[in-house]
Design a protein around this ligand. Structure first.
Ligand code: KIV
Ligand code: NA
Length: 265
């Protein structure tokens, strides 16, 4: 299957079918994502949490995203590949942002980048788009601002904040963004934004009326059952599957029953 492009994503959106997105960070899972025919992969800075074990996404470096994007691209030849711009890779100046977006594409092999923020980043988004870099926006709970928010809470519950979020989404669209992620916002606001835009919205904790959905791959697979925010559904319970397999291995090693003759040379 040929790799999906931003045009293919536009066509799916125009057809009315919801767009599927998962995060992914390595070759092995990227292969599974291809077998599942998921439309698009985000190499999220959530790797700071689920790969590196940090409490926030703030420590993630551009080089980390490049490393994981390359691994994902080798394991999946069908999904549109979007690389996240990590904290402080675009906040200090538009030039720095442009150069780092270029690195994610040149060195990582990404087809698009994602940035957090609305009106504030719109001029930079326009410069990226002008340079041939497709951009995904990200509004609502933008985890790079966790310390400004004072935690991970639903955003834009009040009407003035909701109005600002809508203005942010429109600014991203006007700047040329081809898609916008809406994270942890009320479902009716996500619907209002989705209906106000002519580019697709991708929701996470944003209800069912967005143009598509995204989840962190390990979360949806149930690899860490201690993490269960309200918006998350475990589509499998792989934590117990993996632990049971590891225990069975350990038991057989200790019992000298693995490897058996059939595993030996
Ligand atoms: O980093 C990430 O995984 C994300 C998605 C949850 C949208 O930004
Ligand atoms: Na992210």
């Amino acid at each position: 299957m040929a790799r999906k492009t931003t045009r293919d994503i536009q066509k799916i959106y125009a057809s009315g079918r919801a767009i599927s997105m998962v995060t992914c960070y390595d070759f092995t899972f990227a292969r599974l994502v291809e077998m599942a025919e998921i439309d698009t992969i985000l190499i999220g800075d959530s790797l700071g949490n689920v790969i590196q074990g940090h409490d926030t996404t703030l420590p993630v470096e551009v080089d980390d995203i490049i490393y994981h994007t390359r691994a994902v691209a080798r394991g999946n030849s069908s999904a549109l590949i979007i690389a996240d711009m990590p904290f402080m890779s675009y906040q200090a100046s538009d030039e720095v942002g442009l150069m780092n977006a270029g690195r994610l594409m040149k060195e990582g092999g990404a087809q698009a980048v994602k940035v957090e923020g609305g009106e504030r980043v719109a001029p930079m988004v326009k410069r990226m788009v002008d340079a041939g870099i497709p951009v995904v926006g990200h509004l609502g709970l933008t985890p790079q601002s966790v310390h400004a928010f004072g935690g991970f809470h639903v955003q834009a519950r009040e009407e003035d904040a909701a109005e600002q979020l809508l203005q942010d989404a429109l600014a991203l669209q006007a700047a040329g963004a081809f898609m916008v992620v809406l994270e942890m916002v009320p479902a009716d606001l996500a619907q209002r934004v989705t209906e106000s835009l002519s580019i697709p919205t991708i929701g996470i904790g944003a209800g069912a009326k967005t143009s598509g959905q995204v989840l962190v791959i390990y979360d949806l697979l149930g690899l860490n059952t201690s993490f269960k925010p309200r918006f998350l559904k475990h589509f499998a319970e792989l934590e117990s599957v993996c632990v049971n397999a590891l225990k069975a291995y350990k038991d057989e090693v200790e019992a000298n029953s693995y490897p058996a003759d059939e595993h030996s040379f």
